[in-house]
Design a protein around this ligand. Structure first.
Ligand code: AHG
Ligand code: MN
Ligand code: MN
Length: 335
């Protein structure tokens, strides 16, 4: 039997090969993985663990929080605050940044997360996940929200953990994408795929079609052409999937290709999109690019967007390169 490579061993070997993972970053990734294991346990217990249903609170985005949104947020904070590897954290579920308490040593990294992605799927037992992004704190005293406002291209690590039929951790430190499956008996993440690559072409798209009448013309054009299938200009039939958990949709795309979109729509024109740049779009875009795919907001590479707010939203088109390029070209042609 081939030797099993644990997440720990993978990180140690990556560090040895090209020094891309400093010790503190390795610790950080191990801690995040441990937190994900614990969230996975809570998710698995479901109704038996009393974790289903809504909490009586709203987050800063005005969304009703689920119990599991809050539990996952607390698990990530408690796991990460004492290790000495972080300066501060930011989360979809917290309005401001969370400073590492004074009683603990301060590290040089900043951690951002969407503790529980796909909240609407919790109670119906469909895949959900945790998304995270790691930045280096800029030089200088203390830490402020401003320190977090770095373009996605500056990330030093990014990943997600999907809680589905299997619990899978997917990670990049800028050296390709690796996938680890949780071995529940051993309690460890085991490397199950390395150097993940997304096919450049696809016949599968993921978008919430119920919003179609609100989209901008280039997005409508692209989807209409897909829908025409063999009878239209694309000359091939397309298939559609929409899980309503970005983690699960992105995981499918990393596994077999496809294009995912959550575009701007005209219901709230001042909002750039639904998804959040810093802890949803940036980490996912980097993973997708590391796997040979592309990610844009229709006009610009997502990783190059300079954020001006922690909870900034963005229009997202990501996945198989040729399809993302096509949607982006349709935007340029519409200008
Ligand atoms: P979250 O649960 O963290 O708020 O994110 C949900 C996001 C994303 O995961 C998913 O792709 C999208 O919202 C689903 O939106 P619709 O319900 O509009 O389809
Ligand atoms: Mn989310
Ligand atoms: Mn969330």
């Amino acid at each position: 039997m081939a030797q099993r490579i644990s997440l720990t061993r993978y990180l140690v070997e990556e560090q040895r090969v090209d020094g891309s993972i400093p010790a503190q970053l390795r610790l950080l990734l191990e801690v995040v993985a441990r937190a994900c294991k614990s969230i996975s346990q809570a998710v698995n217990k479901g109704a038996l663990g009393g974790v289903l249903g809504t909490a009586e609170s709203e987050n800063v985005q005005g969304e009703i929080q689920k119990k599991l949104d809050i539990i996952a947020n607390e698990v990530l904070i408690e796991a990460n605050e004492w290790g000495g590897h972080l300066a501060a954290m930011a989360s979809e579920e917290m309005e401001g940044i969370y400073l590492v308490p004074n009683r603990y040593p301060q590290g040089e990294y900043l951690l951002l997360f969407d503790p529980l992605d796909g909240s609407s799927n919790i109670d119906v037992n469909v895949s959900i996940g945790t998304i995270f992004s790691v930045l280096v704190k800029p030089e200088g005293e203390g830490v402020s929200e401003q320190d977090f406002l770095q373009a996605g291209a500056k990330q030093v690590a990014a990943g997600y953990c999907v809680y589905g039929p299997q619990t899978t951790l997917v990670l990049t430190v800028g050296d390709g994408v690796a996938m680890f499956t949780l071995d529940r008996e051993q309690g460890s993440f085991v490397l199950t795929q390395e150097k993940v690559m997304i096919p450049e072409d696809t016949k599968e798209f993921a978008v919430n079609m119920s919003n179609m009448r609100h989209w901008a013309p280039p997005v409508t054009r692209y989807i209409e052409e897909c829908l025409q299938g063999k009878d239209g200009p694309r000359d091939k039939d397309f298939n559609m999937r929409w899980i309503a958990s970005m983690v699960a949709d992105v995981h499918r795309i990393l596994t077999r290709g496809g294009v995912f979109m959550y575009p701007w729509d005209k219901r709230e024109p001042e909002k750039a999109g639904k998804l959040r740049l810093m802890y949803e779009a940036n980490p996912m875009s980097w993973l997708i690019e590391q796997a040979g795919g592309a990610a844009t907001n229709g006009k610009q590479r997502i990783l190059e967007i300079q954020p001006d707010k922690l909870h900034q939203r963005v229009s997202v088109i990501l996945g198989s390169k040729n399809e993302v390029d096509r949607v982006t070209r349709y935007h340029a042609e519409a200008e």
